[in-house]
Design a protein around this ligand. Structure first.
Ligand code: SI3
Length: 290
């Protein structure tokens, strides 16, 4: 069975401070209502790259604390161009009990591949957790080749990739060359083509509110009912298109609020939701969730 993970959001209060209660409520919703296989903590959707180290740690603690006693799988995204911070976070989450970590490719300084490999080897060096590379070229500008992945995977602690990339040729080559590596698809709107290329599951922002449909799509795909899976992807993509057009993170949070889950605000420099964005989110809620 392919696994479905929500990329956990972080709730902020009006002043941009972490709203612990709201963040806990989103963890709970994903466990109790969505009944997902896992949560990706500290990713893009968690607005992680706008957090300080202590705040990142607090989010990891909250997720672990709220998830204790459930069987939801937690992956901690610890990557940062500040390698010292990434290593510190890797140790921190390992001590907290996370079994899997993930790290975004280091960005901003156009690191060459030797530097990128060094970064990953260093992050896993002093921990016994396994690592999933977080590849998201559209946001980082870092596009890893098939040979780059092969070199990263030489390190046995590097067990796979969260693949947020629309390059399906590379995805097919990766699957064919590394049948035993974990490949988790990252673009929710491309779930079906990724399933067709035999990914092990998916991680995404929209599964926070659209888990039921995404799970039904995976079930239809696994049952060989491709027409149904395609129809469900069409329906999800209507929602995803509306979310993207209205500003995805703010709108996901506003829809969460409509669902009775306190998700709070986005953090600056992301703009606060305007009255138009709020009205758009309400329309989305009424169109898809009422
Ligand atoms: O939070 C994370 O790190 C993710 O899982 C990111 C995930 O790949 C999302 N990408 C971004 C940039 O948010 C997708 O779920 C994305 O929001 C969705 O496919 C809509 O484009």
């Amino acid at each position: 069975m392919k696994k479905l993970y929500a990329a956990l959001m972080t709730a902020f209060d009006e002043n941009g401070n972490i709203d612990e209660q709201g963040t806990r409520e989103m963890v709970r919703y994903n466990i109790d209502v969505n009944q997902l296989d896992g949560l990706y903590v500290g990713g893009s959707t968690g607005e992680n790259f706008m957090l300080g180290t202590a705040e990142k740690k607090r989010v990891f603690e909250i997720a672990m604390d709220e998830a204790k006693g459930s069987d939801i799988d937690l992956i901690a995204q610890v990557g940062s161009p500040n390698l010292h911070e990434a290593k510190e976070l890797a140790k921190f989450v390992t001590e907290l009990g996370y079994k899997t970590i993930s790290a975004v490719t280091p960005f901003y300084y156009n690191f060459n591949f030797d530097e990128i490999k060094h970064y990953y080897d260093e992050i896993v060096k002093d921990v016994d957790t396994k690592l999933v590379v977080y590849s998201i070229p559209a946001l980082t500008g870092v596009a890893l080749s098939l040979d780059n992945f092969a070199k990263l995977f030489e390190n046995e602690k590097i067990i796979g990739v969260k693949y947020t990339n629309a390059d399906f040729y590379l995805l097919e080559r990766l699957r064919e060359r590394f049948p035993d590596k974990l490949i988790l698809s990252g673009f929710d709107e491309m779930l079906l083509p990724a399933l067709a290329l035999d990914v092990d599951g998916a991680i995404g922002s929209t599964f926070n509110i659209n888990a039921k449909k995404a799970k039904a799509e995976i079930a239809a795909f696994e049952a060989g009912d491709i027409a149904k899976a395609r129809q469900l992807q069409h329906e999800s993509n209507d929602l995803i298109t509306d979310l993207l057009n209205n500003g995805i993170y703010a709108t996901l949070k506003l829809v969460f609020e409509e669902l009775g889950v306190h998700a709070g605000y986005t953090r600056e420099p992301m703009a606060k939701a305007t009255p138009e964005v709020k009205a758009g989110a309400k329309r989305i809620y009424e169109k898809y969730f009422k």
